[in-house]
Design a protein around this ligand. Structure first.
Ligand code: ACO
Length: 316
């Protein structure tokens, strides 16, 4: 089966708490905690670029997988906050890793970008032309934040998570995946950088309530789709790892699946919304804490700008 054999993550040391926001913005710890579940978020200083976060996470993933960077056949980076429009963050990462003459490209699929990346990697590994693929979900998105917009500034954080995928003969690995999207709702959540916008006017723009409503529906749908494809029932899951955008969305997804709280991994209080990074970051944390055990059935599910959504069901 195609499976993840190495996981690594990195979050910048600098962070901002809700109390820090209270000092320069009309907001409160109470509002942020109640509406989102977030208590703090990591913020990358200017010299810590998206590729640098990806690099630090990737080294850890390579270490766990027990392979070297030269063994990689493909590098995929899912991000909404690339170092530059071109070259891709994946190319910059490949040079940092010392990888030469290997394909590398970015995936722009917002929060479920990591799941999109795994779906691509899985398909390519099945061709037999690739042995090891690095998939990174990474954001330094706070660099695009409009610090005058309290409705978005308090929500996002920076981090990266990396996974090495390969195909082997074990019965552990990816059981099913599901990805989808709806570009008709693109206006509801966007980072305004690109040819449609004047230079220098960037910022994250979000119609929070509408995004929330869509996220609740599609996170639940995506979770069910992956389970149906693998012919499993929600009660057969050991862990639900939801994208960490809002504690209330996580709760709604948990309720839709009828799962007890102890089966749902939550770290939004510590990181905020790290978009494409949230799921691989959670995976490494769970491994570090000894929560994720061999043979566990794990369902990852995500929703984000685009809109895009997706799910990933694995036997760990
Ligand atoms: N502090 C205090 N008050 C605030 C703040 C703040 N930081 N931000 C907004 N408010 C105010 C608003 O101005 C509004 O005031 P008003 O009623 O006087 O107009 C009030 O709080 C309510 O605002 P809402 O936006 O309706 O609040 P809501 O309960 O919807 O919570 C939130 C906002 C947390 C953003 C929520 O809508 C949400 O989580 N949405 C989904 C986000 C998401 O899932 N994103 C996923 C994808 S992210 C990606 O793809 C990168």
């Amino acid at each position: 089966m195609v499976r993840i054999i190495g996981v690594g993550s990195y979050a910048p040391e600098t962070y901002i708490t809700n109390e820090d926001f209270e000092k320069f913005m009309d907001t409160s710890d109470e509002w942020i905690t109640e509406r989102s579940g977030i208590k703090k978020r990591h913020i990358s200083p200017p010299e810590i670029t998206t590729s640098e976060i990806a690099y630090r996470a990737s080294l850890r993933a390579l270490d766990m997988a027990g392979i070297s960077a030269e063994d990689l056949d493909l590098i995929l980076v899912a991000t909404s906050s690339p170092d530059s429009l071109t070259p891709s963050t994946a190319c910059i990462l490949s040079a940092k890793l010392g990888v030469k003459h290997k394909p590398c490209f970015d995936i722009s699929a917002a929060c479920p970008g990591f799941i999109y990346g795994v779906e691509i990697a899985r398909g390519l590994l099945k061709t037999g032309d690739y042995k090891y693929i690095l998939v990174v979900g990474v954001e330094s998105g706070t660099k695009f934040i409009d610090w005058n917009d309290r409705s978005t500034a308090v929500l996002f954080g920076d981090a990266g998570g990396a996974c090495i995928l390969t195909q082997d003969e074990t019965d552990r690995g990816i059981l099913s995946t599901f990805i989808s999207g709806d570009g008709y709702l693109a206006e509801l959540l966007k980072i305004e950088v690109g040819t449609a916008y004047p230079v220098g006017s960037w910022g994250v723009r979000m119609k929070g309530r509408e995004v929330f409503r869509n996220a609740v529906v599609q996170m639940g749908e995506a979770a069910i789709k992956a389970l149906e494809k693998a012919n499993l029932k929600p009660e057969e899951i050991d862990w639900l790892i939801p994208h960490q955008a809002n504690l209330r969305i996580i709760e709604a997804t948990r309720e839709r699946l009828g799962l007890p709280r102890e089966k749902v991994y939550v770290n939004i209080d510590e990181y905020g919304n790290t978009s494409a990074a949230s799921i691989p970051v959670a995976l490494e944390e769970m491994l570090d804490k000894g929560l994720l055990k061999d043979g566990n059935v794990v369902l990852c599910v995500s929703f984000g700008a685009g809109f895009t959504w997706g799910s990933l069901l694995m036997k760990w």
